[in-house]
Design a protein around this ligand. Structure first.
Ligand code: ATP
Ligand code: MG
Length: 201
């Protein structure tokens, strides 16, 4: 095939693609608060959520972050976003269940935490709410999924919510608008590399 024939073919293909892309953009003309779920065993769930926090802050939006499980408060995101006046930062968890080893205590902590989240989900001034590692509270039955679904459903129509954590329950995936399952293809930890600043914490 000559160069000009190749060029003509390429142009035709790109025109076709542009028609499809333009039609897609025209179709997506609604605005609404979204529910996003980032789940799966691969790395990148919480860090993706914090990437969206940075995006939202860039646009002058107000953000609340609730951390359900992690007890540690020395992560980079903790240090960085806590300084930001447009971010409410709540640590609602007590550590992993295998560390606390106290089922009733874990349930009580999660329920108290959900009380804080419920207020966020009733606050139309909050543009984005991140519920980091919420899925574990559902997986272990500390929080009732019906209650969580109901409160998420009655939030302000333009409020975005991001939920992270492994093993997101089916009900959550059903009601979410955008769901990404991160796949664990490889992780440096298994090759003996400890958690690295700026990458893992
Ligand atoms: P990140 O916060 O890095 O986006 P994550 O939210 O997807 O990770 P979590 O299950 O919350 O994953 O675990 C957080 C910590 O565990 C991070 O230090 C992360 O690098 C590490 N981690 C995540 N996935 C894996 C994995 N598959 N194997 C080993 N360590 C992991
Ligand atoms: Mg995480």
């Amino acid at each position: 095939m000559s160069t000009s024939e190749q060029q003509a073919r390429h142009k035709k293909r790109m025109q076709k693609k542009k028609t499809l892309v333009d039609a897609g953009i025209k179709r997506a003309d609604r605005e609404q608060g979204l529910l996003l779920v980032l789940t799966g065993n691969g790395k990148g769930k919480s860090s993706s959520a914090f990437g969206m926090v940075a995006r939202a802050l860039g646009h002058g939006m107000t953000v609340a972050v609730a951390q359900f499980i992690k007890g540690r408060d020395d992560t980079g995101e903790d240090k960085f976003f806590r300084q930001h006046s447009a971010v409410q930062w709540h640590r609602l968890g007590e550590g992993f269940t295998w560390e606390t080893q106290n089922l009733e205590g874990d349930k009580e902590t999660a329920r108290r935490g959900w009380g804080v989240v419920k207020k966020m989900l009733q606050d139309p001034m909050l543009d984005l709410v991140v519920l980091d590692e919420l899925t574990y509270t559902l997986k272990y039955g500390w929080l009732d999924i019906d209650r969580v679904v109901k409160d998420l459903g009655s939030r302000p129509p333009m409020q975005h919510v991001i939920i992270t954590g492994r093993a997101a329950p089916h009900r959550l995936i059903q009601i979410a608008d955008t769901v990404t399952e991160l796949q664990d293809t490889k992780h440096a930890y298994r090759a003996g590399v400890r958690a690295q600043l700026g990458i893992d914490l």
